[in-house]
Design a protein around this ligand. Sequence first.
Ligand code: C2E
Ligand code: MG
Ligand code: MG
Length: 563
Amino acid sequence: MIMVDDKLKVNNDILNNFEKYMEIMKYTDIGTFEWSRNFGITFSENLEQRFGIKGCSFKMFDINKFIFREDAVQFVKFIRKIKNGRTIAQVTCRVREIGEEFIWCKISAFSEFGRGKNIEQMFGIIQIIDKEIKMLNRLKYKTEFDEITNIRNFEKFNIDTAEKFKNNPKGKFAIIVMDIDKFKIINDVYGVETGKTVLRQVAIILQRIFSDNFVFGRRYTDNFCIAMEYSDEAEINNIIDKIIKEISLSKFIINISPVFGVYIVDDKNSNIEVMCDRANIAKKNYNSADKKTYMFYDTDFRKEILAQTALEAEMYNALDNKKFYMYLQPKYDLKNKNIVGAEALVRWNRDKNSFLLPDKFLPLFEKNGFIIKLDEYIWEEACRILRKWIDLEFKPVPISVNVSRRQIFNPNFLDMLLWLTQKYDIPHNLIGLELPEGVFIDNNDTVCGILEKVKKYGFILEMDDFGEGYSSLKMLQNINVDVIKIDKGFLDKAVTKKGKIVLKHTIIMAKELNLRVIAEGVENKEQIDFLMEYGCDTAQGFYFSKPLSVDEFEYKTFYNVKG
Ligand code: C2E
Ligand code: MG
Ligand code: MG
């Protein structure tokens, strides 16, 4: 049986122990609080100091003042749970510290009820877990956000996009991917650090432009991806235009131009990575010559890609099996109407009875580089046929071959020409080289250097498609070509008075510069008449003849069959 003295001793022991616990708490991140109907709320000393709260002045659950706005809902639920009682209520939320900063705390409380429904007492613990939570957040951030740009990485983009699709099953969505044109060159020429700065600047622009309706992130290197909800396709164009505008207005460390590909999401359940791939494929088909900054991936596009893939799969075999044919289109002397040359034009005998024209496969071969092989094949065909003509003692006419842009940067360009002409023993002045006019504009110095060398060997240099795009008469001063080929488009424009004047003076000036002038794409008598009047020497076009098989050409040229 416990005596009164013993009881006092026990109480004193408990009190002493409690004070000891309080003393320890001063040095920890754990504090206690207690509330009773009669005495109100009291906090342990460490909480009072940390949060600047005194029990007597503290209004219980002063949410706006103490709890971080975004955590308020959680906190209200916590209070509700306390009021319902009979179980431990817990919440993790940010609480305002004395210096106005919010810190993460875990609050646990238990309430006791009296006889009625009212709480009589409540006991609780506040654990300050700010460091732990921040560390966790940092780790989480690292797994979700891109280290260089601080925007979503691709995994997080995937998760958030899927979530967006799920939340809006009826919504229309598009995936846009964006690359920086020639980013590899930026890295290579200006260094990786400059490359990273560019990426950061792009990310800042995206952050500035995009609201919550968009999910965006960096996929890899300079590949950014955006998922957007839209109601009208014009919105997609507008957003792309906006990015382009912002980038062009921003002061970038170096000038950059973005390139876009768009995929319209038709099945939200399909793989998001595949959607990005499709947008990427669309982007890859972007061609700066189109002057379009973005491409859509759609069913037609898919068909086109499949068709191109099929052509790519066949091209090597086609070359080995001699499915590419050299056609020859005669060039006529306008005075005596004799055939004075020929242009070699490739045809692909893909199916038994039909020939594919160059516009169906050459753009692809330009892109994948196969054009180099094909050109060389046609050059060899030209040399082979010339050798045959010489051996048969026909009076050979020069054959002009087309030279793709790619050849200009091919270090073997000249060697290949020399090797072929030597192999078939062909005088160089029987080979004309038709170079697209654009080549002269883009790379003036390089091109001039190479062409000087080629010219020294006596090949005939021809500027193809003169007047198609950028050519200026001034350009003719600097470039040492023998012939200019007036483009069909230029000729077609010469139906108006002004067009005629421009054409006339172009021909006169070219002649004064000692250049020969060939008009191509000549289709009617009227054109012939004014070309002759203005002093143009030679013409090529359907008016005289379509491109012919070698047999047809020989028949027409060497057996002198006109018409
Ligand atoms: P190009 O060098 O300007 O060739 C002239 C094109 O105009 C040819 O088209 C020819 O068939 C067409 N043409 C000729 N006369 C007329 C005419 O009176 N009216 C019309 N409407 N067209 C006419 P083709 O054969 O389809 O070749 C297109 C382009 O493909 C060529 O333009 C050339 O740039 C390129 N090309 C053709 N063969 C080769 C090749 O072996 N290598 C390279 N790199 N390019 C080639
Ligand atoms: Mg040509
Ligand atoms: Mg041409």
